[in-house]
Design a protein around this ligand. Structure first.
Ligand code: SF4
Ligand code: SF4
Length: 371
């Protein structure tokens, strides 16, 4: 393939600790304890290396990134080397003094996650009493500090009926952008799929509601929305292509092509404590395995969309077929597409509302990668 372009953005998952317990959390089932987390100096070095490599943005995420008391230092480092900084947070631990310190360190944008529009549902889904009230306070603080705000709603069967209320809430808190993010079924969400999967009818109604809201809210807020994979006919260009636009660093320093990549059992990832980011980006086996088009099987190999969607998502191919090198089953040309359709139909009709909450106790009980 042609020369490897530098990554555009780095997702720094600085911890897996989080006071919330969302049943669709994108963190791996095997959550890392704080004792395994990479220290401040290693993170600062990784941030400098990301800038040297050509990254433009760093997104601080987790878990809940504000549980780390050195977040200010990491934001300051990123600012000093010219990276755009975004904080992806549940907001429940933010207070004014902390936000002030983060802004002084150079924080430029906040993405605040919501579990629902209505407080009782939000608190139940996130497994954290009083979360919605704290999020609303956090949103007001972020706006008062003059930072741009993105509101992120993760949508599934148990909150999809609140879609219009979610959009109203986003406008009420002054969000510049709203992400209506359909659950992606890896890790915790795969475990909870039968309690989360919306029906086709629910999805169609939401798509209409979002389209109408886009017209109504033109100039007020921007709405990001894509059809979820289980009901799609073509896959998304996941992460802009494996190892092409993004890199992710896990709390322990493992460098991943996407945040869910550790769900592909058997893949080994290099660690930024042992190798430089530039070396890993260019030469790591895990990055090169599915980079570009050489690895592709048919039907992707001979398809004219192979450099548009890059064969879709490797983690989804693995989750559904057990083989990360197959065409993403979200594609209707995939031999496995029918399985995805059947799974969506089956799980959306389950009628379950119980969750396996994402926490360290549940992580201990569950074998890695178990769906
Ligand atoms: S998805 Fe929920 S549990 Fe996971 S890190 Fe975000 S707020 Fe915490
Ligand atoms: S066959 Fe492969 S390249 Fe073609 S649309 Fe499907 S996933 Fe994309």
């Amino acid at each position: 393939m042609s020369a490897i372009e530098p990554p555009m953005a780095m997702l720094a998952e600085i911890t897996h600790r989080c006071p919330l317990q969302c049943p669709y959390c994108s963190n791996p089932i095997e959550l890392e304890r704080s004792s395994k987390e990479m220290g401040t100096e290693d993170w600062r070095r990784a941030i400098r290396e990301a800038a040297d490599l050509g990254c433009m943005q760093v997104h601080f995420s987790g878990g809940e990134p504000t549980v780390r008391q050195d977040l200010e230092l990491l934001i300051a480092e990123a600012t000093a080397v010219g990276l755009y900084t975004n904080l992806i947070t549940s907001g429940v631990l933010l207070d004014e003094p902390r936000l002030k310190r983060l802004v002084e360190a150079g924080l430029e944008h906040v993405q605040l996650s919501f579990q629902a529009a209505e407080a009782p549902d939000a608190d139940r889904i996130g497994g954290f009493s009083g979360s919605q009230a704290k999020k609303l306070e956090a949103a007001a603080m972020v706006r008062a500090a003059g930072l741009p705000l993105t509101a992120n709603f993760v949508v599934h069967r148990q909150n999809i009926a609140q879609i219009e209320a979610m959009l109203d809430l986003a406008v009420a808190i002054g969000a510049h952008r709203v992400e209506i993010a359909n659950v992606q079924y890896y890790g915790w969400a795969l475990k909870n799929r039968a309690a989360l999967m919306p029906s086709h009818e629910q999805l169609d109604l939401m798509t209409e509601q979002v389209a109408a809201a886009r017209d109504r809210l033109k100039g007020v807020t921007v709405i990001d929305y894509v059809i979820p994979d289980y009901y799609a006919r073509r896959p998304k260009a996941c992460m802009g292509g494996w190892g092409q636009r993004f890199l992710n660093i896990s709390p322990t320093g493992n460098v991943l092509p996407c945040h869910a990549a550790e769900s592909i059992t058997g893949l080994e990832f290099d660690n930024v404590r042992q190798r430089s980011l530039a070396d890993i980006w260019a030469n790591s086996k895990a990055f090169n395995l599915y980079r570009g088009t050489d690895w592709m099987p048919d039907p992707c190999r001979s398809c004219d969309r192979r450099e548009v969607d890059w064969g879709g998502c490797r983690c989804q191919a693995f989750a559904i077929t057990g083989d990360a090198a197959r065409t993403d089953p979200a594609c209707e040309f995939s031999e496995d597409h029918g399985r995805l359709v059947d799974l969506a139909e089956h799980d959306s009709g389950e009628g379950r509302d119980d969750f396996v909450y994402r926490n360290f106790a549940a992580a201990r009980r569950a074998p890695a990668g178990a769906g």
